[in-house]
Design a protein around this ligand. Structure first.
Ligand code: GLV
Ligand code: MN
Ligand code: MN
Length: 436
């Protein structure tokens, strides 16, 4: 196929339908924002009461557009619009419904709601009432349950189960209250023994398409609403423990101190220095705690997180080796001990060329003649795990000021309308590509 084909395949839909769907999506993002663990802020983590509630609400929206909806063995919600042939494979559209702590209202949620609206549009334009997918494949909308890893530190748990990549070692991960992942499964009403039932196989999947806010400034700076994603960064996350000696803040001379917090602080600066000197490598220390945490005690222990991302796995790993050597040097100088536990690792994901083309053509149909931007995603997405069982394509929507993982996260209603059109065009184009 030719990239950036401008011929609209969803042309029979009144332009107004995109605008009114976009308003519905924005209103629903507001509705879901109220399903939160904290008053006045959005926090919705894996296997929480809020997770159960959000699945219930979104399942009703899936059913409203004619899909069946069910929660799988890992707490992911899936809506299904089958193909005429019950054995036909499916195209999965989707994103996630969990959030970081004190989150915005669009990260993940927008992609799920766009998927539901694509199904509504395609059904409405079908002559037969649209009870089946109009394509030689079924349509699914996946609402993944844990992309962020907020509760257990390990990201992408929901989509890992779907990709059949669950690891037994994860059952003993604990949350901040010491609850293990295994216990949280049971409390949610899920059976840990059955997590394997969430796994899907590649023969049944034509591809996975995700729409997401950019979580960066590139589109805002270019003044463009939409982009094609070329690849998603590889990632590793570590929990680091630094051990020193807790002693009296008044009576301990500087040359006797083994201050774990100062070692950890110097390490955080080293992460910034090393990562910023490398191309497309990003390192963040997002959590830092000192123990015993008293104003008049030299900290005897510190714990901090490192989130490391890179365009390529090799460069990311080489950077981790540099950071480790620097931590050895810092802790050695300060007579501290340190150890790192890796809690998450995901390889870089390169988006499928055909799916990049259909997304590009979808954008092209909304703005004939324009050459859509192609962006690398430093943010993680469920496609990182789903990529092991299906080709992945992604559409980015402009995110004003690039602010995300923050309550001020935003997206424009007009951008959602044009994004919906591009996304629906991409799905329809894939339908044409798959016709015999
Ligand atoms: C998820 O949004 C991540 O990139 O950490
Ligand atoms: Mn996120
Ligand atoms: Mn996300």
């Amino acid at each position: 196929m030719t990239a950036a084909t401008a011929h609209p395949r969803i042309g029979s839909v009144a332009p107004d339908a995109f605008a009114s769907a976009a308003r519905r999506i924005m209103g629903r993002c507001d509705d879901l924002a109220s399903i939160s663990a904290g008053e006045g802020r959005i926090t919705r983590v894996y296997l929480s009461p809020e997770h159960a509630r959000v699945n219930q609400v979104v399942a009703a929206w899936m059913r409203e557009v004619g899909m069946t909806a069910r929660t799988d063995a890992a707490g992911n919600l899936t809506g299904v619009l089958p193909a005429a042939d019950p054995d036909a494979p499916v195209v999965m559209l989707g994103s996630h419904l969990d959030t970081v702590t004190d989150a915005g209202r669009y990260d993940g949620i927008l992609g799920v709601l766009l998927g539901i609206e694509v199904v509504r549009l395609l059904r409405e334009r079908a002559a037969d009432g649209g009870w089946q997918s109009p394509f030689p494949f079924g349509l699914e909308v996946a609402a993944f349950s844990d992309e962020e890893g907020t509760r257990f530190g390990k990201a992408l748990l929901g989509s890992s189960a779907v990709a059949g990549a669950w690891e037994d070692g994860w059952w003993d991960l604990t949350d901040a209250d010491g609850i293990t992942l295994r216990e949280a499964y049971r409390a949610f009403g899920l059976d840990p023994e059955r997590v394997g039932e969430a796994a899907r196989t590649s023969e049944r999947l034509v591809g996975y398409l995700e729409a997401h806010i950019e979580q960066g400034v590139e589109l805002d700076r270019r003044g463009e609403p939409l982009a094609v994603v070329s690849s998603i960064a590889s990632a590793r996350r570590f929990q680091v423990v630094v051990e020193g000696e807790a002693r009296h803040a008044g009576g301990t001379p500087y040359d006797m101190r083994r201050d774990a917090l100062l070692g950890a602080s110097e390490a955080a600066l080293a992460v910034e220095r090393i990562c910023s000197s490398e191309h497309h490598i990003i390192g963040t220390v997002g959590r830092l705690e000192a123990f015993p945490g008293a104003v008049n005690v030299v900290p005897g222990e510190a714990r901090f997180s490192i989130d490391l991302r890179g365009e390529f796995d090799g460069a990311r790993d080489a950077t981790w080796a540099r950071i480790s050597a620097e931590l050895d040097a810092i802790m050695g100088r300060r007579r501290l001990r340190w150890a790192a536990r890796e809690v998450h690792a995901a390889p870089a994901l390169f988006c499928d060329p055909l799916l990049q083309d259909v997304v590009r053509a979808g954008i092209g149909a909304t703005d004939p003649g324009a050459e859509p931007a192609t962006l690398f995603s430093p943010a993680g997405h469920d496609g990182m795990t789903i990529g092991s069982i299906a080709p992945v394509g992604m559409l980015f929507l402009r995110n004003p000021d690039g602010i995300s993982h923050h309550p001020d996260e935003a997206v424009g209603t007009a951008d959602v309308a044009v994004g919906l059109r591009a996304f629906a065009e991409a799905v329809a184009l894939l339908g044409e590509e798959r016709l015999p």
